[in-house]
Design a binder for this molecule. Structure first.
Ligand code: SF4
Length: 198
């Protein structure tokens, strides 16, 4: 089967760089029986030049809303490629977003908040829950209950670097949890986005 590295949904271009993830979220689309956006499991991770080549041949990135690093895994495993692809997107007048679990600094073993704030226009971090225990129960991170604080620390550092940071939750958590999530977002200095569960 052909690898899908680039796909389009609702006038946004999505870049699928990896299947690796430090979480195993119970609601993750990759565990659905029927793929939502086609089969996004990839056999080989593309290098940045492969993706830039696809974008330059097939897409006018400035004509799309955003180029989004997302797919069936945690994109920051491929942060070096993200930086390079983002630089291309910006050089062509496009905008960038990342959908991330916020665990990049632990995954990569270094603080990338300053670098990611420079190359990504909107950093969308999945908050998912309002405390460490609830987060672990849903997301089953490799880092256990530490993952929640790792994610919030990353969010705060990106805000400090001047990034546009959005924390997201799904609407099924209920009004009380959404209100708590809003408080967390306010404390971090981020926006809150309440998503509808697919
Ligand atoms: S962090 Fe994202 S890719 Fe990873 S398991 Fe959760 S929803 Fe899926």
């Amino acid at each position: 089967m052909k690898n899908t590295y680039v796909y389009v949904v609702d006038n946004n271009i999505y870049i699928n760089l990896t299947n690796r993830c430090s979480n195993r979220c119970e609601f993750c689309v990759r565990y659905y029986d029927k793929p939502i956006y086609g089969d996004l499991w990839i056999k080989d991770e593309p290098d940045a030049d492969t993706v830039i080549d696809i974008l330059s041949k097939d897409y006018d990135v400035s004509a799309f809303g955003e180029v989004v690093f997302c797919g069936y895994g945690e994109p920051t495993y491929r942060f070096d490629a993200i930086e390079k692809i983002s630089s291309y997107v910006h050089s062509k007048g496009g905008k960038t977003r990342i959908n991330t679990n916020g665990q990049a600094n632990e995954i990569l073993g270094e603080d990338i908040s300053e670098r990611i704030s420079k190359c990504i226009d909107t950093i969308n971090i999945s908050l998912n829950a309002t405390d460490a225990k609830k987060y672990d129960k849903i997301c089953h991170s490799d880092y256990g209950e530490r993952a929640f604080d790792i994610m919030l620390d990353f969010a705060k550092k990106c805000v400090r670097c001047g990034a546009d940071v959005v924390l997201s939750v799904v609407d099924v958590i209920g009004e009380e949890e959404i209100a708590k999530a809003q408080t967390i977002a306010d404390e971090v200095g981020a926006k809150l986005r309440v998503r509808t569960l697919l």
